[in-house]
Design a protein. Structure first.
Length: 72
């Protein structure tokens, strides 16, 4: 599905809060964005969490090849 930036980032944040995980491949296929855009959106989400939810951190887990939302 084609979406604008706001919708894409909101979808990603919603998925993170629902499942605590985000796989790049799933996002790229669901919202049809390029890899570099995905990485930019991850940076935006990290900044959002830092400003509004400082007790959460978004980390990349290489062994599972996904991003995970952890509560500190």
């Amino acid at each position: 599905m084609r979406v604008n930036k706001t919708q894409a980032v909101l979808w990603m944040v919603t998925e993170l809060f629902k499942t605590k995980r985000l796989r790049k491949e799933d996002v790229l296929s669901e919202i049809e964005i390029p890899n570099i855009t995905f990485l930019r959106y991850i940076q935006e989400i990290r900044a959002f969490l830092c400003n509004f939810y400082p007790y959460y951190e978004l980390i990349y887990v290489k062994s599972e090849d996904n991003y995970q939302l952890i509560e500190e």
